[in-house]
Design a protein around this ligand. Sequence first.
Ligand code: F6P
Length: 478
Amino acid sequence: MKQRMLVVSNRLPIVVGEQEGQWTISPGTGGLVTALAPIMSANHGTWVGWPGCDQSAPLDRLCGQFAEEQGYALAPLPLSEEEVEAYYRGFSNETLWPLFHDLLGNCHFKLEHFKVYQSVNRKFAELTASTCSIDDFVWVHDYQLILVAHYLRQLGVDQPLAFFLHIPFPSADLFRRLPWKDQLLTGLLEYDLIGFQTLRDHRNFVHSATSLADDTRVVSRHRQYTLLRQGERIIKVGHFPISIDFNQFATQAASEQVADAAWYLHENYQRRQIMLGIDRLDYTKGIPERFLAFERALEKYPQMRQKISLLQVVVPSRTLVPDYLNLKTLLEQLAGRINGRFSQHGWVPVHYYYRNLDQTQLLAHYRTAEIAAVTPLRDGMNLVAKEYCASSVENRGVLILSEFAGAAEQLAKQALLVNPYDLEKTADAMYAAFTMPVEQQQQRMARLRNDIRRHDVHRWVRSFMAAADRRSDHDIES
Ligand code: F6P
């Protein structure tokens, strides 16, 4: 791609640290950074975002150093504590996050939060407008920044704008509960390309747009995208399932360092299977339900006792949002109760850790676990499912996957698909995974790995960019 890329996301893709007065800056490790960094450095792009670090950090100097080392620029937008509280913790994570994950009961609707969400989106737009030039490819990411296009248009930016939603988009019936649905829908429709994770999200959005927004209709439907017309404008809506860098995971997981760490980890579970759960602390991830399903499996299938442990790692996240803290307490109680009920000499059914894992440990967990339980109540994609398969370099292991994870659209056939609300059937799936013959595991895992290898994160970027490029289909179909 020749165009310069301008990425706008809530967080900048950086890790800023300080040790004994020495500040450091390094690139973050998420999939988005891995996918975009090569393009960003090849065309000297700019990434606009909230630095999210201590206000005393010497940001200008650190960003300059980052640009020199990585080949692309950062445009940091510092936010005040009040803005973070209302825009990020409030409207983004207590309103949009639960609503878009179909969890209406967790939603808080506060006008004050929405107003700050608007003003922060405007700030993002102002910084973007001052950074971008007419030929840039402007790509805005995720639910925190839905209104950026709206403010960019107000500021006179009239080039094509692209948006990708990393989380699910709810049904029209749920979306209309949002008191500010009109502003958000109108705002979204000011982008020229809107990408979703799955066909289901894509369809949900088209339904909301055509039933709730004024003067909006479908022009044509295609396998991967739909063209909408609103007044004079044509908007392309598509689904682009995000992925991981398969080769990076597979190569690192095959390293000796990871092999050693995996062996060491399993030494503590000799002659036992490990069923692994790795999730950010989040009530959308279905962790309590997973614990309950495991408890049910131990009740129903006594032959599993002493032969399998659930190893659950919960990575701290959004700890200042009250619902997240309550979840932490609940998980501790549940793990305690199940262990109190079933533990026997030399065997503990639930090993629960609340911590971050470094990359070697993460890969070692993936590589050594016989089963991965990825059972969110709802999830945009869920990359843990893909990372587990990519790291299963011995071509074994069973993936238990929620039908409500975006990844299920792609991986359903070879995973054991479950409804995480159905404890009985999830317990049965755990037993099926526990007893699955090795040849069947290998067959399924080989297919999963092939599929993920072919549809990696680099292909995701290419297909999104290609969709943005195809202006001609507007001309043909208008
Ligand atoms: O999945 C949505 C997302 O915002 C990701 O982009 C991010 O990695 C994750 O949730 C954690 O979010 P936060 O930035 O709120 O810690």
